[in-house]
Design a protein around this ligand. Structure first.
Ligand code: HAM
Length: 426
């Protein structure tokens, strides 16, 4: 039996490739509107790049091996560390803010589940060199504009936003210790993907008190920034982060996305390097895993490249986006396009058929002709099957007089003319 692709890996037949190309076209189109430049890095990276900062969950999913030069290497599971290294290496000469995007194929040995494969293509859009919350608003606006470009609306997709600095202040105010923070984040990150009772048990264990867990549960339920202000506005350590978040919502409103965004303090993000505002995009029906996720990571460039530059970005995979659009019939059909099929009345005309085809291709037309000797009627059937819009027919006598016959295969009409006139008309 023929072997299929590995579990979690995809074969892209032309139909699937067309869907992937459509998604990437939309990504590139929108990123151009935001004046981003495209870049890429190596698909294979030193293992250490991820050990330092990506977090245990991702490091546990690496496709890693020792290469022939005894280096510990891994297929890239995410783009951010590569991006941070590349920018840090040229930090002095790059115009700030850096606005770059990339569409790498990434590899993670994931547990098999809906919306998660072991390879995926991920749009990465990142900004470096701007600490102001205006950059955070600009970034989320890109992700939401992409949703809109796909034809989705705020009733299809919602962005949940939070801020790690605010979350930290709230967790500490609830009475948890600094040491408990990362364990608390891990529990909060898994909430919603775990039974409530289990997640509550883990939270109590992380903070060592059911009273503290109650207080955390309570603020996690607040989805309105005014409510947060009422309860915590007087606590200095919290209020400063609320002010920033309020400006963020105001800017998103100005950019036209107020309806798409909601406060969700349970969004922490699994990766270890985030330091500020974080967000994820979800389908409102709750059928799929996150469509997109990102946020601010102001210390990663320092850790990986020794330059102190604030940064922020997001990743959006092709898998969930594809499933969502497909389920709603929102991926436009792109039939294969053949402009001209060149046909000859007899086999002896094959070199002339080829010359005409070559001339049409020099004029940037998509052209096919039969690669084996065939009756004219068979050739025209093939032309129809290929979906060609026109056939250019070389009839023996007419062609000897310098003429071709151009048939419109959709309308069924045809016209003979000098070859030169036909070529000039293109
Ligand atoms: P992430 O949340 O791990 O973030 O991934 C971002 C998005 O990539 C997810 O929301 C999802 O759409 C897609 N994705 C991730 N893993 C898979 C998978 N196994 N199969 C299919 N799709 C997947 C990051 O990777 C960050 N580096 C993003 C970022 C860029 N943060 C700042 N800049």
């Amino acid at each position: 039996m023929a072997q299929g692709a590995l579990p979690g890996f995809r074969d892209f037949y032309p139909e699937q490739f067309a869907e992937r190309a459509y998604i990437m076209d939309v990504w590139r189109r929108v990123l151009r509107r935001y004046a981003f430049s495209e870049y890429d890095g190596p698909p294979l990276e030193p293992l250490d790049l991820y050990r330092k900062k990506s977090g245990d969950e991702l490091v546990g999913q690496l496709y890693s091996f020792t290469d022939k030069g005894d280096r510990e290497v891994t297929m890239r599971p995410e783009m951010t560390p590569t991006f941070a290294r590349m920018v840090a290496a040229r930090a002095n000469s790059l115009r700030k803010p850096v606005r770059w995007f990339s569409i790498p194929q990434l590899f993670r040995y994931e547990r098999q589940q809906k919306g998660r494969l072991r390879e995926h293509f991920q749009l990465n859009a990142d900004i470096v060199g701007e600490a102001s919350v205006t950059a955070d608003a600009e970034l989320l606006s890109i992700a939401l504009d992409i949703m809109r470009e796909f034809g989705l609306t705020s009733s299809d997709v919602r962005a949940g936003v939070s801020d790690r600095r605010l979350l930290q202040a709230l967790v500490l105010e609830a009475g948890a210790s600094e040491d408990a923070l990362s364990a608390v984040y891990a529990v909060i990150d898994k909430r919603g993907r775990e039974p409530v009772a289990i997640s509550r048990e883990k939270l109590e264990k992380a903070v060592g008190s059911s009273h503290v867990a109650d207080k955390i549960d309570e603020f996690l339920g607040i989805t309105d920034i005014d409510n947060l202000f009422q309860r915590y506005g007087a606590v200095e350590s919290i209020a400063q982060h609320l002010d920033r978040l309020r400006a963020y919502f105001q800017y998103l409103n100005a950019l036209g996305f107020a309806d798409w965004v909601k406060l969700d303090l349970s969004i922490v993000r699994g990766l270890a390097y985030y330091t500020g505002i974080v967000f994820e995009l979800f389908d409102t029906a709750g059928e799929y895993r996150a469509i997109c996720g990102g946020g601010r990571y102001d210390t990663l460039l320092e850790t990986l490249g020794g330059v102190d530059l604030p940064a922020l970005g997001f990743g959006m995979g092709d898998v969930v986006v594809g499933e969502l659009l497909r389920s709603r019939g929102m991926i436009p059909a792109t039939p294969p396009r053949t402009d001209y099929w060149v046909a000859g009345e007899e086999e002896a005309l094959t070199p002339q058929v080829m010359s005409v085809a070559a001339e049409l291709r020099r004029h940037d037309r998509s052209v096919e002709y039969s690669l084996k000797p065939q009756q004219l009627s068979r050739q025209l059937k093939s032309a129809a099957a290929a979906g060609a819009s026109h056939a250019v027919i070389l009839k023996t006598e007419r062609f000897a007089a310098g003429e071709v016959t151009v048939r419109n295969l959709e309308a069924g009409t045809e016209q003979s003319m000098p070859l030169e006139d036909f070529i000039n008309s293109l």
